[in-house]
Structures are given as C-alpha cells and as structure tokens.
Design a protein around this ligand. Structure first.
Ligand code: ACO
Length: 353
C-alpha cells in the first residue's frame, strides 16, 4: 500500500517507462509473497546480499536461507543495523545435519563422472555447491547468487546437480526489456533470449530456448507470447546454413509447444515494425507484432540487449534463467540491493510456476 501511495504521489515526476517497470516489479513481489518460497542465498556475508535478505524477510517476499556461520552473519547484520536477519534459516557449510546425506547424493548423481566421496566432501563445503544440493534434496525452492561470484561458478554446480527440466536440454537467460518507445512489442515491453548462457545453440537447442522464453514471457511478464526467431534473412531472402538453423528451430519450437505462436526466420525490423513485417513476411501472424525476440546465438543476444539498454535507455530485468529443473538465478557482480530483491522475487515466482 505504501508503495502505491508513493507511486501515485510521484506519478507526475516519473516517466512512463519507470512506472511500467515499477508496476511489473510490484506485481512480481506481490505474487512472490503469496507463494512463501524458500530461497537460498549462498553469498550471505556479501554486504548487498545481506541487506537484500533483510528487506526480503521484512517484506515477507520469501523465506530466506543463508549459507554461512550464523554468528558471523548476525555480527555483520548487527554492525549494519539490519533487524530482520535473525528470522532467516542458517546453514553452516562446515557443520550441519545433512552434510553426509548431501555427500551421498552428490556421489550418486556424479557416479558416471567418477566423483569420489572425498572430492564430494570438499565440494559440499562450498556454499555454491551446498545451495544446489539443498535444492536437489528438496530443502530449498530456489537460489540467487552472483553478487560476488562469476556466472560460470554459479551455473556449473547448478548444471551438474539440479540439471535441466524434463524435455529441455539447455539452460538459457531471458531479459524483460522495457522500452521508452511504446510502439514496439506489448506497449514497449519485449522479452529477449538467450542473452546470458549458451554460446552456440544447435537448431534443437534454439527451439528449446524459444519455447522456454515463451513460457517465461507468459509466467513472469504476463504477456501472451508472439515469438520471432531472428536472423539476417526474412523468409528465404538469404541462403546460408545459419539461416537454415533458424528455420529448423522455428519448426521444432512450433511442434514442441503448439500452444504458442512462433515465426522465423525474420530480420529484426520485420519482427518489430508492422509495415516492414507486412512487406517482408506477408501473412505472418508474428511479423511486425513480435513481443519475444529469440536470437540465433549468445553473441547476438548479449550484444543486442546491452545496445538496446544503453542506446534506447531501456530497463532490462534479468537475466531470468530458464530451463533449469528448479530456479537458480545469477546476478551481475555490479548489482544493487534492489536488483537482488527483485531477482529473489522472480525466483520465488519461477519456483511456484
Ligand atoms: N544448459 C544446461 N547444461 C549445460 C549448459 C547449458 N546451457 N552448458 C553447459 N552445461 C552442462 C554440461 O553439459 C556439463 O554437464 P556435465 O558436467 O554433467 O557433463 C556442465 O554443464 C559443465 O559443462 P562445461 O561445458 O564444462 O561448461 P562450463 O562450465 O565450461 O561452461 C558456462 C558453462 C559457464 C555457462 C559457459 O557456457 C559460459 O561461460 N557461458 C557464457 C556465460 C557468460 O559469460 N554470459 C555472458 C555474461 S552474463 C550477462 O551479460 C548477463
């Protein structure tokens, strides 16, 4: 209620873009509160993470599990004047009841890879590994990390122990882009993927990325997805194996998820501008109206979202990791406390979905 009051008071001073962004985040947080999920934060002594945990517990956005020594964490919280941290659940990576059970689980999952009990015993003391084992064992619903660890270090344990959801073989990362120019997408909102994870997908993997992004769009951005698979060619205007990959991926995506609408290969202008879509792809239900853009590889996806964010002044919410068997999301090391709060709320919604 307080947020709504302040929003209405400052309505005249905020631009429309900021309002849509805040509205989306408030909806996501409100939904997260109703789900009451257990989200584990392995970087618990990291200052922004602990501040975010204090807000999350205080606002009841999620139940928070902090990995680390309880006394050390509470001392940092006291030094920072954080009052809610003692309501977290604490798991000490060096000494907790489930350590042996998690080691058994690790050895079982990685037996084909030859993981020894001794190696597992070392890995389980790493908070990033422990967090994924807690999720795998059903002791937590999701994880957010990355404020102090690199993307690869956050994702590797997740790939190895939580793995992908049934029917999906690759994890990818989507961004919800909120543009100042409302003529594009759905009132200026579009979802881009993969912008964060999988460098060079095959046609089947690209189809999976398209399907997962459609699902993310519906669940998190609350839009009916109209998915364009992008290329440097529209409907055969160029011939190249890279174009063939996008054409094949589009067919596979439609077969995998007939409940959603996909079209490709489309150039970016044909995907998002109606007059060009009509000219280059007549009869297409997506051309000119796309609100989901699927890029042919990570290079194009990552470069595009950053250019749109910087050159067009768009808000970029994410990356929302998709395709994992349970939600694990990776922060940028330059993240703010608000970014962590928002990503935990998104993660709680993914866990519920
Ligand atoms: N989805 C699911 N599983 C995967 C994926 C994926 N996309 N990629 C790798 N794996 C699995 C592998 O199958 C393997 O499993 P296994 O050990 O059971 O056989 C395990 O993960 C490790 O695979 P590696 O190939 O060794 O993966 P590596 O750890 O070298 O790399 C990583 C994975 C870190 C995600 C890599 O693909 C990468 O660096 N991607 C780019 C990340 C990045 O820098 N993004 C841009 C910045 S983020 C931003 O700007 C928002």
């Amino acid at each position: 209620m307080q947020t709504i009051f302040w929003l209405s008071l400052f309505n005249n001073f905020l631009d429309c873009n900021t309002l849509i962004f805040m509205d989306l985040l408030e909806k996501i947080k409100a939904a997260a509160k109703t789900h009451n999920k257990r989200i584990v934060l392995p970087e618990s002594t990291e200052e922004r993470t602990l501040q975010a945990a204090d807000v999350l517990i205080g606002e009841g956005i999620a139940r928070i599990v902090l990995i680390g020594n309880k006394n050390d964490i509470l001392q940092i919280a006291a030094d920072k004047g954080l009052n809610n941290i003692n309501n977290a659940t604490f798991v000490d990576p060096l000494d907790h009841d489930k350590k042996e059970a998690y080691i058994d689980l690790m050895v079982e999952i990685r037996k084909k890879k030859g993981l020894s009990r001794e190696e597992a015993g070392k890995l389980i003391e790493d908070p990033l590994y422990l967090a994924t084992l807690m999720i795998k064992a059903g002791d937590a619903d999701g994880e957010v990390a990355g404020a102090e660890n690199a993307t690869g270090d956050v994702l590797r344990p997740a790939f190895q122990y939580v793995k992908t959801m049934p029917g999906i073989s690759v994890v990818s990362g989507a961004f919800i882009m909120i543009l100042k120019d409302k003529q594009f997408g759905e009132n200026g909102m579009l979802v881009f993927a993969d912008c964060a994870v999988h460098p060079n997908p095959t046609d089947k993997e690209l189809a999976e990325i398209a399907v997962m992004t459609a699902r993310t769009t519906k669940a998190i951005a609350e839009m009916e997805p109209r998915v364009a698979l992008l290329s440097f060619s529209t409907k055969g205007s160029a011939k190249h194996e890279m174009v063939d990959k996008v054409v094949n991926a589009t067919k596979m995506a439609q077969e995998m998820a007939p409940e959603f609408k996909f079209d490709g290969e489309l150039q970016a202008d044909a995907a998002i501008i109606e007059s060009i879509g009509r000219k280059k792809a007549p009869g297409s239900e997506i051309a000119g109206k796309a609100n989901v853009l699927v890029f042919p590889n990570l290079e194009t996806g990552n470069i595009s979202y950053k250019l749109v964010q910087r050159l067009a002044g768009a808000e970029a919410v994410g990356p929302v990791l998709q395709g994992m068997a349970a939600p694990i999301n990776d922060l940028s090391r330059g993240c703010s406390v608000d970014d962590i709060v928002n990503l935990v709320a998104i993660t709680a919604n993914q866990a519920a979905g």
